[in-house]
Write a protein that binds this ligand. Sequence first.
Ligand SMILES: Cc1ncc(COP(=O)(O)OP(=O)(O)O)c(N)n1
Ligand SMILES: Cc1nc(C(=O)O)sc1CCOP(=O)(O)O
Ligand SMILES: [Mg+2]
Length: 520
Amino acid sequence: MRDQFLTDKSIVWTIAGSDSGGGAGIQADLLTFADFGCHGCSAITANTAQNTLEVTALNAVPLAVLNSQLQALQRDLFPAAIKIGMLANSEQVLLVADFLRRLKALQSVPIIYDPVAIATNGANLTEGDITTEVLTQLLPQCDLVTPNLHELIWLTKIRAKDAASIISAARQLHSMGGAAVLVTGGHSQLGPNEVSDLFWDGEKVDWFIGRQVPGNNSHGTGCSLSSAIAACRALGYPVRDACVVGKAYVQRGLRLGANQHIGTGNGPVGHCGWPLELIDFPEVLIPGDARAQHYGLGAQISEQPLVSGFAAMDSQALGLYPVVDTVGWLQRLAEQGVRTLQLRIKNPGEDLREQVQQAVAIGRSYKLRLFINDYWQLAIECGAYGVHLGQEDLQVADLSAIRSAGLKLGISTHGFYELLLAYRYRPSYLAIGAIYATDTKDMSEQLQGAEKLARMAALLPQYPLVAIGGINLQRAPEVIAANVGSIAVVSAITRAKDYKRAIVEFNALLGDKCAEAESC
Ligand SMILES: Cc1ncc(COP(=O)(O)OP(=O)(O)O)c(N)n1
Ligand SMILES: Cc1nc(C(=O)O)sc1CCOP(=O)(O)O
Ligand SMILES: [Mg+2]
């Protein structure tokens, strides 16, 4: 017998109602899973009778019928993630909650609950009130719950309408069982032509701001969003990445499906494959954003307004980019013709300033694109070419001073969410890591892989992008194929048997991506 955990495609379940009209419910969920390359399984809770205009019957399935589907799936098709949609009555909620409790005792599984209870046209989608069972039994089993505004009000009894009250209600919902909350923005227009989703995981509030798409083909957006998030979780994406990619998927479906004619009412949202265009991705609201106050983030307003638009690189292709910890290494690599380099000193001594000064001098004499990691004040003072900062530095570094001094700025990112966040600053380049496991730094929670790298790189085809983390000569070809213009390496150079040869081989793989630097 084959191992049920070894599957060629990630398995995702939907526990939800069938929509006879094919626009929402199980039908939308399975189309979504397929778009993400996952194998979808279903446990049907109800056979709703509906079309694009109305819901005429609920037709809840008996508990034994629901249970038999869940048991059959568990025996052979163990899930990598589960999406839960419409549950038709309290008994079904209790059965599913109990089933999930047992399943999770076997192995942890991300569970995403889209709390469907009322159709957009106002039709009730449950037999009786399921609120207590949802709040006390089901929510504690879930990792993420994705209510729209009506569902948020239903579950919290808070009459949320503006950003601040949506945040309060989301905090309350999170406190009832610990699931992260994504409040979808389709029913609450908080900014002109904006559809903004609020994310709260108990640690950090985020707003994902999307653009409104004109048209009525929005049936199934909630189902498709939660399914897309479940698929991304099954593929190993962290929850914020899953949310922004899920939102982009739905945005793409709204955009490309806007002019389709299916039925005479609200047609289904499109199912149009992986979102690979930046236009579909939300903006991440960042501290210092002029809209922060409006979005209820008064307390998070940064002392410095958003600073964006840093000095442009001379080329999109920065080529081989060794990251080293001594001036000696900079000199040796510059002599070998390397033109993009970083000085990354993690245990500075008293001679730090001298080292930065020497590095800047070497950079000038060899016309290097030389970035100083972390020490942005020293970099400014010494007249460096550029500075490289991590995500956590963005709140403390004086970005305005870096920009005014004309320094180039590189920013580290780890996944879609951080990429979108860092892109708001329009830095000189964006680094994406860690592509593979590395001994140089503990990045074990933030590994991207070459496939995800390619999907991220597709969003910014004209932007200088740098891949970093665990890249060596063997892995470089698939990294370069992901369409980044540069590969940053530490150990592949500093621990190479023959670093000169390694440079030649990397450059051969990079081909025309090892452009000469401008004079600096
Ligand atoms: C090119 C490049 N990419 C990423 C990093 C990592 O920077 P950061 O997140 O600031 O972490 P530390 O390097 O400071 O540990 C980098 N240095 N260079
Ligand atoms: C310094 C660093 N930053 C990373 C990130 O993902 O932000 S990965 C990394 C280590 C890169 O070293 P090596 O080439 O030896 O794997
Ligand atoms: Mg740093």
